[in-house]
Design a protein around this ligand. Structure first.
Ligand code: SF4
Length: 242
């Protein structure tokens, strides 16, 4: 019997650090947001989600991930702020790092950019605390994410980055359970065009098909619009290999 599964876990109240009266949570996607937002909601932390991910390529994939993020926030009653999709700036910052491996220097720059904008928004709108759903993913280097977050927050005297390990106490397991319960869209690469390229290379080298975007959902096999709230999003119309 697993004490950490969604139906058994008794969540202890989270204690945010100083400045935690208002939390601005950077969200990368609904699957990562699932457990993190459930946890802050259960602790009554005044949270707003900031979706700022100009790394995601192509735009159709971006729209699908964003639509799922919005749908989940609406379900939880958490405000959702739609940041810019300023891909030109993202490509400018990444230039020269196109062939870095995942978790390498390109990812540090990518995290820096997303957290710098999150911290700026927090400072301009009176949020004393920021954090990110990125840290719950087991594919990511948590130390690398936390360092970027702390660096971004340190630009502003009244903003802190919350380095809580969201994976602990069964967080990683509940992340998957919530993703299945919600039938979230299941992306198959980190997000940028280079991660798409490298994942496809890896799949081809091991005899697997290239990624087909827009067709995989946790707990389901194929594209569907019969999930409540999903049919209204144009992004979920058809799949693409482009
Ligand atoms: S692999 Fe992911 S974290 Fe790294 S640069 Fe690409 S989108 Fe950003």
């Amino acid at each position: 019997m697993n004490p950490y599964s969604l139906d058994r876990y008794q969540r202890p109240e989270l204690e945010p650090p100083e400045g935690g009266e208002r939390l601005l949570m950077h969200s990368c996607c609904a699957p990562c947001a699932g457990e993190v937002l459930a946890a802050v909601k259960a602790s009554g932390i005044d949270t707003t989600v900031y979706f700022y991910n100009p790394n995601i390529h192509p735009v159709k994939e971006y729209e699908m991930r964003k639509a799922e993020d919005i749908r989940y926030c609406q379900e939880l009653g958490i405000p959702h702020i739609d940041g810019d999709y300023d891909t030109d700036n993202w490509f400018d910052r990444i230039r020269g790092l196109e062939n870095e491996p995942e978790r390498g220097r390109r990812c540090t720059v990518c995290f820096d950019m997303r957290f710098e904008r999150t911290a700026l928004y927090a400072a301009e709108h009176g949020y004393g605390l920021i954090s990110s759903t990125l840290g719950i993913s087991r594919w990511k280097n948590m130390a690398q994410i936390n360092q970027s977050g702390v660096r971004a927050a340190s630009r502003y005297p009244d903003v802190r980055y919350w380095t809580l390990n969201w994976r602990k106490q069964g967080g990683s397991q509940r992340m998957i359970e919530i993703a299945k319960r919600e039938s979230f869209y299941q992306q198959e690469y980190c997000g940028c065009v280079y991660s798409l390229r490298d994942t496809n290379r890896h799949r081809q080298a091991s005899g697997r098909e290239r990624i087909q975007k827009g067709i995989k959902f946790y707990g389901r096999d194929a594209l569907t619009s019969d999930i409540p709230g999903r049919g209204e999003y144009p992004a979920f119309k058809g799949s693409s290999n482009s």
